[in-house]
Write a protein that binds this ligand. Structure first.
Ligand SMILES: CC(=O)N[C@H]1[C@@H](OP(=O)(O)OP(=O)(O)OC[C@H]2O[C@@H](n3ccc(=O)[nH]c3=O)[C@H](O)[C@@H]2O)O[C@H](CO)[C@@H](O)[C@@H]1O
Length: 389
């Protein structure tokens, strides 16, 4: 237990950056520390995060669009850096932690300038652009995967394998048994395209479920997150098939939806994968093909190879393929539960606490290291508490 301190977390943009930062904030505050969040307009709008945390919205600026765009972005990053420095003067942080993305950049540059200890957290299996810029100067690099592409070997000494912090409500699912599944019972499918939604899931999933044999299709219930422009079309398609579907553009109660589901069909964003593995839910993953450096394919690899998910490249993700994969998983006895167990074994449920240890260590001038979960730890899925189809 160390004396209460102040920490700044810098994250913005999508849920993929904000949710791990939120989980770290909650853990640091649980330990008695004060936390301030530095974010952008988009990050500040994500519902249900960072209650009780002082939040500062800074200009960040994306470095793109040729010389004029770079100049504009540079000006905005410098303005953001000066605002962050003024915050540090009054808040006196012991360390600043960046979660990647341009919104984190001004806060990290300000910390370098003021010689405040720093760490970055990389959620993906490929080091992101902004984290690549910062890697040389930070004191610690927290990673979520044993191998991270584009992370130079010369930084290995300051790399700590932590995992992706998940919300406490997701962590609580770790000790719960897989939802009962019987041959003629309800089969619950959760469909999510990450924090932005994914049109390809709206196009392919209803059509794929429509190809399932009637006796299986009758058992299916769906929760699907859709992009706003797709939601009414998806609603009509499920209604025509007679499949009960609960649709939303954003599910603020994702942990409950995850607890409820037997199978998840999703993009391969880092937090989605962390949540699937902490909770132990089998999945069909369709990595976003346009993700920088194809990082979603890299994110999905470990879970796919472990047998906890099937990762399907988007060009091969057709209604016929989905129906085939779903029947394999759901109708071959034990297949779904086996995948659930394998997904669970990939989980790193203590990532928030390991990252908090690391950050406290920075503030104290000593760095702790917590590795991944011990694979020998017993899964509730292994303990025979589930009802098998
Ligand atoms: C389009 C894009 O660039 N995506 C990137 C973005 O993640 P992006 O935010 O798209 O996706 P992630 O899977 O990492 O995170 C989504 C988070 O939002 C939550 N959620 C999602 C939908 C919903 O309705 N309710 C809800 O609570 C999920 O439970 C999860 O915690 O940053 C991640 C981390 O750098 C990357 O891995 C992703 O590739």
């Amino acid at each position: 237990m160390i004396a209460p301190r102040h920490y700044v977390l810098a994250a913005g943009g999508t849920g993929g950056h904000m949710i791990p930062a939120h989980a770290l904030a909650a853990e640091l505050m649980r330990r008695g520390h004060r936390v301030a969040l530095v974010t952008d307009e988009r990050g500040a709008r994500i519902p249900g995060l960072f209650q009780g945390v002082q939040t500062h919205v800074l200009p960040a600026g994306r470095v793109a669009g040729g010389p004029v765009g770079w100049l504009r972005a540079g000006r905005s990053i410098l303005a953001g850096r000066e605002m962050a420095r003024r915050l540090y003067e009054t808040f006196q942080p012991s360390a600043v932690v960046g979660f990647g993305g341009y919104p984190a950049l001004p806060a990290m540059l300000a910390a370098f300038k003021d010689r405040i200890p720093t760490a970055i957290h990389e959620q993906n299996a490929v080091l992101g652009r902004v984290n690549r810029l910062l890697a040389r100067k930070v004191d610690a690099i927290a990673t979520a995967y044993p191998h991270v592409d584009r992370l130079k070997a010369k930084y290995q000494d300051k790399v700590h394998l932590i995992g992706n912090p998940v919300r406490e409500e997701v962590r609580a699912l770790r000790d719960q048994p897989f939802p009962p599944l019987t041959e003629d019972g309800i089969f619950r499918v959760l469909v999510t395209g990450g924090s932005q939604g994914a049109t390809v899931l709206s196009q392919v999933v209803p059509e794929g479920l429509g190809l399932l044999p009637l006796n299986f299709r009758r058992r299916i219930q769906v929760t699907q997150q859709c992009r706003p422009e797709d939601i009414e079309d998806v609603r009509a398609r499920y209604a025509a098939l007679g499949i009960p579907a609960d649709l939303a553009t954003y599910l603020p109660d994702m942990p409950d939806r995850l607890a409820w589901s037997h199978l998840v069909i999703a993009r391969a964003g880092a937090s989605t994968i962390a949540e699937l593995t902490v909770a132990g839910r089998p999945a069909i993953l369709i990595p976003l093909p346009s993700a920088t450096d194809d990082h979603q394919t890299a994110n999905a690899r470990e879970l796919h190879e472990a047998g906890g998910a099937r990762s399907i490249p988007q060009p091969r993700f057709t209604a016929v393929e989905l129906a085939k994969q779903m029947q394999k998983l759901a109708l071959e006895p034990g297949s779904l539960q086996n995948a659930a167990r394998r997904a669970w074994a990939c989980g790193r449920p203590d990532a928030a606490s390991a990252l908090a240890d690391l950050v406290e260590g920075l503030g104290e001038g000593s760095i702790n290291h917590s590795g991944p979960v011990d694979p020998a730890e017993t899964s509730p899925h292994v303990g025979g508490r589930e009802t098998v189809a």
